[in-house]
Design a protein around this ligand. Structure first.
Ligand code: ADE
Ligand code: ZN
Length: 323
């Protein structure tokens, strides 16, 4: 069945990663930039494997040059969320792509993103540093995050190439963000193994893990996640598209859930991986027979571990009930 009209919550969505290729092509044309190399013959983003994905992603962001560009992007992302009945989403935003981590510029980009609006969809931002750009730039990103922490910027996290450096190289940035009152998440266990999740929990003291799917290979870690209530932001469609798992049925989301781990479902970078929240639900139904009760629990878990304040959670809870 189609799960389009079923209400949804999404916690792991990269804002630039949600930019439609046609939108990026249009921006590049406006600026007379030639970025044609990142598209295939059908006009879709072209990449083979994770490293190429990151390169294509970063090249696409080159076309996003001004606060106005980010406002238009945010507006289109909100419209796509509404189309899939996503009533609450948290999106990863990065000072690296918004004025090169200059605080004044960052404030302008942020203000522009916040001007985007679609009735019935609430959006919050999680500022991310990019691991492969190194700890120094991460500290600058964390500073931007700390200075703009509040009712809209609710979290701090880390994306990028997981195999670069050690988690502890980024402890300072996460400490700064924590002290500013931000909630914490980091990508781990997507490309690297369970040990990267252990390290991230120990050295960055996050309360959610982006992906974390390789935790399944370490029963002690699975037990630890279940006991401590650390939630996983799982993106099965992204994992299958990038070849982390060969198919939905091989994906560990069900085994993690059955072991008592808090699992949530998101799309990561929709046009790159051909994901939508509706499609994720449909694939979960066909792979595991999940239905309305399972999706209700997914929503409840996502709302519980969301980084927004309690008043916002109450509004979202009502929206989940109303639909
Ligand atoms: N940046 C955008 N998508 C990402 C992913 N899936 N893993 C790491 N960094 C990312
Ligand atoms: Zn991600």
């Amino acid at each position: 069945m189609s799960w389009k009209s079923f209400p949804k919550i999404e916690l792991h969505l990269h804002l630039e990663g949600a930019a439609d290729p046609a939108f990026i092509r249009g921006l590049a044309a406006e600026k007379s930039m030639d970025i044609s190399g990142i598209f295939d013959e059908n006009g879709k983003y072209k990449f083979d494997g994770f490293n190429e994905f990151l390169t294509t992603y970063e090249n696409a962001t080159q076309a996003l040059k001004s606060p106005e560009d980010f406002k238009r992007l945010t507006q289109s992302v909100l419209e796509n969320l509404a189309e899939n009945n996503v009533v609450y989403a948290e999106t990863f935003i990065s000072p690296d792509f918004c004025g090169d981590r200059d605080l004044g510029a960052w404030r302008e980009y942020l203000a522009a993103m916040r001007e985007a609006h679609v009735e019935g969809v609430t959006l919050r931002g999680i500022v991310t540093c990019i691991r492969h750009l190194g700890p120094e730039k991460a500290r600058e990103a964390a500073f931007c995050a700390a200075e703009t922490a509040g009712d809209w910027v609710v979290g701090f996290g880390m994306a990028g190439a997981e195999n670069v450096g050690r988690a502890k190289d980024y402890s300072y940035s996460f400490d700064m963000a924590r002290e500013a009152g931000l909630r914490l998440t980091s990508h781990a266990g997507e490309w690297c193994g369970a040990e990267s999740v252990w390290e991230t929990l120990r050295d960055l003291r996050v309360e959610r893990i982006g992906h974390g799917v390789h935790s399944i290979n370490d029963p002690k870690l699975v037990e630890h996640l279940a006991e401590t209530g650390v939630a996983l932001e799982i993106n099965p469609g992204s994992n299958v598209a990038l070849g982390v798992y060969p198919s939905w049925i091989d994906h560990p989301i069900k085994r993690l859930r059955d072991a008592g781990v808090k699992v949530t479902v998101s799309t990561d970078d929709p046009p790159f991986f051909n994901t939508t929240m509706t499609r994720e639900f449909e694939e979960l139904e066909s792979a595991y027979g999940w239905g309305a009760e399972d999706f209700k629990v997914l929503n409840e878990t996502a709302l519980e571990v969301a980084f927004c304040d309690l008043d916002t959670k109450e509004v979202i809870a009502k929206r989940l009930e109303a639909l």
